[in-house]
Design a protein around this ligand. Structure first.
Ligand code: AMP
Length: 446
């Protein structure tokens, strides 16, 4: 099948061809005709499947072909997304796919000044990408009117609910015109998502491109059992074995993210962090540097897990397992995208066995385990089978002095990356390593 056979405008087909898209992906083949017909759509698709183009191409087609020009403070198409990063990314896709069309687009989200957004919205916008909180705020201030909204997309709807946007969504949806076309995309179909769809979509067609709650098939997943206090050391060791590999590292808490980022920088790696405590411009800069490959490692909380388009990422490492099992699927969806092979390694300590069991239950598979020589945990991680924790084994006596081996791993890594190990750095690593792991104390914040 080709893009031209889908019935899209020539300008859109040409752009897809210019971008090197030879054939539509499965979700595009299924969703585009449904959207062009004007039907509501409920779609289960993970990031990496080409879902952004699956809704953006047909909605740009429709906005170009039908409907009146947009007036002051009006919007014709609303795309709601859970995070600021995703808002920027979807806006960039809208602008790329629509570059041969005379449509206006813009993104609004929190964490940045609202006044420029109010000014920009005065002109009226064809396609507005927004996070629910900021959009609800702008709407309350009459900076945006919904009376001309003809198309609504809820992207990563499950994530919007997870992040607590249910009230803002309800407020926005209640004010939209009843006569509109609505598309809902979600990586997973929970009962909440089905309820939302039943209430807000009009007789939708459902498409699903990957089995429910199944992680990307193209990702090789495995775990390494390790003691909690040796995780960072193991991470350094794994990176030393993979000198030029670009990767995302997921850490449970914001503090933990900074701690790991600091250790990696001290080991000479080009690394930055993104998490909820960082100002938006710094997060955007870090993400851009990572996309430009100016950074080798990005250390992130789950804020980064959804929807961020980082093409062909070969490796994801879970320094900590996520507390919400479904986040595991979103995290590892960062690698093995658009058909490329990826690898996801989870560093799992004994405390995390319940989280591991929940993830395996969701995946309907037991993740292969592979102990790393010299990192066998003193606190054994109980075996799991079909999502159930087996009996707890006895604790083994530790063989290693953690701090010393942390320094030697960092020093080895420094050498590997062309830096001679410096005593001062090793000293700081030691100090950091000697602290109690910050992840243990802090409630996860995303
Ligand atoms: P998404 O799932 O929307 O985040 O898209 C994942 C990646 O697939 C993005 O980098 C897109 O540029 C790319 N992509 C989307 N559609 C196609 C296609 N038909 N052929 C090749 N790559 C595509």
């Amino acid at each position: 099948m080709s893009f031209s056979s889908l019935g899209l405008l020539d300008a859109l087909v040409n752009t897809a061809n210019e971008l090197g898209y030879q054939t539509p992906t499965a979700i595009q083949q299924k969703a585009i005709p449904i959207v062009l017909q004007g039907r509501d759509l409920l779609a289960a698709a993970q990031t990496g499947t080409g879902k952004t183009a699956a809704f953006t191409l047909p909605l740009l087609h429709k906005l170009s072909s039908e409907g009146p020009a947009v007036g002051s403070n009006q919007v014709r198409c609303l795309i709601l997304v859970p995070t600021r990063e995703l808002a920027e990314q979807v806006l960039s896709s809208v602008q790329t796919y629509g570059r041969q069309l005379p449509l206006t687009s813009y993104a609004v989200y929190g964490g940045v000044s609202i006044n420029p957004q109010i000014l920009k919205l005065r002109q009226g916008i064809d396609v507005l990408v927004a996070t629910p909180g900021r959009l609800a705020d702008l709407h309350r201030q009459n900076a945006v009117r919904f009376d001309k909204v003809q198309l609504l997309v809820l992207d990563e709807a499950d994530r919007m609910l997870d992040l607590g946007f249910a009230l803002e969504l309800a407020e926005i949806l209640a004010d939209l015109p009843r006569k509109r076309q609505s598309l809902l995309f979600s990586a997973t179909f929970s009962d909440e998502i089905r309820t939302l769809a039943n209430k807000r979509l009009n007789n939708p067609l459902t498409v699903e491109v990957s089995p429910r709650n199944t992680a990307a098939q193209t990702v090789k997943q495995w775990l390494i059992p390790v003691d909690k206090k040796r995780k960072a050391e193991l991470l350094l060791h794994l990176l030393a074995q993979r000198p030029n590999t670009q990767l995302l590292v997921f850490v449970k808490t914001r503090k933990g993210t900074e701690h790991v980022g600091q250790l990696l920088r001290e080991a000479g790696l080009k690394c930055d962090t993104i998490h909820g405590d960082k100002p938006q411009p710094a997060r955007t800069r870090a993400l851009q540097a990572f996309r430009d490959e100016a950074l080798q490692v990005l250390v992130a909380t789950d804020v980064a897990a959804r929807g961020l388009d980082i093409p062909d990422l070969p490796l994801v490492i879970n320094h900590d397992l996520p507390t919400v099992a479904e986040d595991y699927i979103h995290r590892i969806g960062r690698s093995g995208r658009a058909g490329s092979q990826g690898e996801a390694i989870s560093l799992v300590c004994a405390d995390e066995v319940e989280q591991l069991a929940a993830i395996e239950q969701l995946l309907k598979q037991t993740l292969p385990r592979q102990e790393e020589p010299n990192f066998s945990p003193a606190h054994r991680v109980p075996l799991t089978q079909d999502g159930i924790v087996q009996a707890k084994p006895k604790t083994k006596k530790p063989k290693h002095n953690t701090n010393d081996s942390m320094i030697s791993a960092a020093a080895r890594l420094g050498t590997w990356f062309g830096e001679s190990p410096k005593p001062a750095r090793a000293g700081r690593s030691k100090a950091n390593a000697a602290k109690k792991p910050s992840t243990a104390k802090n409630k996860p914040k995303r």
